[in-house]
Design a protein around this ligand. Sequence first.
Ligand code: ADP
Length: 172
Amino acid sequence: MPTLLRAIQSDITKLPVDAIVNAANSSLLGGGGVDGAIHRAAGPDLVHECRLLGGCKTGEAKVTKAYRLPAQFIIHTVGPVWNGGDKGEPELLASCYRKSIALAEERSAASIAFPSISTGVYGYPIESAAQIAIRSVRDSLRTDSSIQEILFCCFSAEDLRLYERLLNGTAR
Ligand code: ADP
């Protein structure tokens, strides 16, 4: 069955999917934005497990349990800070999506939800980030992928409209 890609507007901590992805920072010890929301909702056991992981490099991803979240596990990935776009940001952002998909497939996840990585405090322009998100998940899926549904979890209505336009392939 082909994997379904869908955009929704939600708080990612509420989603009962197998895997949610966290836009973490390299310490993995929590931060603002979606990272803070995930740590608050998961409870203090999450940071204890994260401490054992020894951080995470930009473009890489690591897995923890999801504790009080309805998801089964959390994939923490560190997006690039936007620095003009010629410092390897596109490749690093694509790597976040690719490695997250690979970890989800390793764990036989059927569903996964991504936030819009790097487009908050890290300042990545939303339109190019969303194009990379969609293209890199499509390109990363194995032919025998366990993943049946990929949700792009948008926090704002504006982000949702953009993702829907890109997913439908409608040119502006
Ligand atoms: P980064 O540091 O990677 O830029 P941020 O957390 O600052 O990460 O922002 C990434 C995206 O996550 C932004 O679009 C932001 O609006 C969104 N976001 C913030 N809180 C949540 C949440 N609870 N659920 C889903 N998305 C969220």
